[in-house]
Design a protein around this ligand. Sequence first.
Ligand SMILES: *Cc1c(COP(=O)(O)O)cnc(C)c1O
Length: 503
Amino acid sequence: MDSQQFREFGKAAVDYIADYFDNIKDRPVLPSVKPGYLEDLLPDEAPEHGESWQDVMQDVDQIIMPGITHWHSPNFHAYYPTAHSFPAVVGEMMSAGFGCIGLSWVASPAYTELEVVMMNWLGKLLNLPEEFLNCSEGVGGGVIQGSASEVTFIALLAAKEKMVKDLLEANSPLTEGEIKAKLVAYSSDQSNSSVEKSGLLGSMPMSLLKADKDGKLRGDTLQKAFQEDKAKGLIPCYVVANLGTTPTCAFDDLTELGEVCNKENVWLHVDAAYAGTAFICPEYQHYMKGVELAESFNFNPHKWMLVNFDCSAMWVKNAKYLVEAFNVERIYLKDKHKGLAPEYRHWQISLGRRFRALKLWFVLRIYGVEGLRKHVRDQISLAKYFEEFVVKDERFELCTSSMGLVCFRLKGDDHLTEKLLHVVSERRNIFVIAGHFNGKECIRFAICSRLTQREDVEYAWKEFLAATEQIVSSKAKITCEVTGKKILSAELTKMANHTEKSK
Ligand SMILES: *Cc1c(COP(=O)(O)O)cnc(C)c1O
């Protein structure tokens, strides 16, 4: 393909994406294809002869698009948002266009240097303590990683390296191997599955401690777990605190956890994957209180900050620990000199690096801080708007409402909420998923798409109402599916239990 054809193909692709966004609302949020649909539509072998880009584009529309879940539909309310914006899409395109691999400073100086500056901009926006920033005098710094999962794992490896070194330096009678076999990590039972995975990957048992009724891991719970494990001869090494848990967007108290960790020389990592974006607004920064007690901090601009996947921002107080864990050359970093660029390959798992800073720069410049704060505040106010509908309808119970996430349920037995979710899912007009709150089934309603507006929230609420009518009449009477009799809603729970048992 020559550059003239690229101009045409590229422009056609941009038009296709722009049209897709202009009309995304008209598409059903979930595809209706069945598993394996694509295999029948594609040839068994790669084409022997090159085809035209026009043919390829046609197949995108006819074969690929039917199998796309529309994450940016205003009716998408599942999981958490995944970021999307046009500036970020162009940033991705240009990064692909340059096609460098930033494995060292000289491999493409702008890659490293823009990342350093972007991580400073971002860190200052969040009001992170200065010692985490590249621009501070010390050994801290920020880096862009691929995902929060990766960051949790990387921080675990660094924590392991640090603990082994600390204990050996303190003349521990144990060998390096013996120390490693005794290390334990902790988080709450509300943490993301990737936290448990990091323990598996890093061969460090991850204890998922019970959170309190508000979904927070408490300091005394952590302290008790440390004591019990130490009594067994184990060595507490790594704790992952949550700012914005996946199930309900609950916030751990960093001061409480940090004090316990600091006392025991345990590495505290903060996972703020989703909610971290809100900290660009001063009114939400109080959730970070105590962050100065942490060794590492992470949030995903690729979730809520309009920077397309992948872009996960990680800061550490002391980059030496990362380099020690990852530098196969084992030439230890001396104290960082001001102005000297970090060799980011020693801060990560892979050798090659993408130019992720470019899309971040585009988004920060084109939206501006003001534009990004407005995005966060608008989305939170949409969640509040939904919350009001839930609270006003006495058939429903609000479980939690935090940031852009509302968790709610039908009053009564879990079967009712399960049924509601089932009916809503069958109707396929909006996409939501189930959650749990204090052992009860709930529905997670997240404001995800940047295109979602008040009318879309109203639409979603009407979907819940219509589905509810099918299972709980507003006049407290429904027609029993089995006997055809009218029954009171109070009896519905009994019914649901009975139906379930008789299955
Ligand atoms: C989404 C999420 C993750 C996982 O993020 P990835 O970048 O996809 O790895 C981890 N922790 C929390 C709290 C999350 O919300």
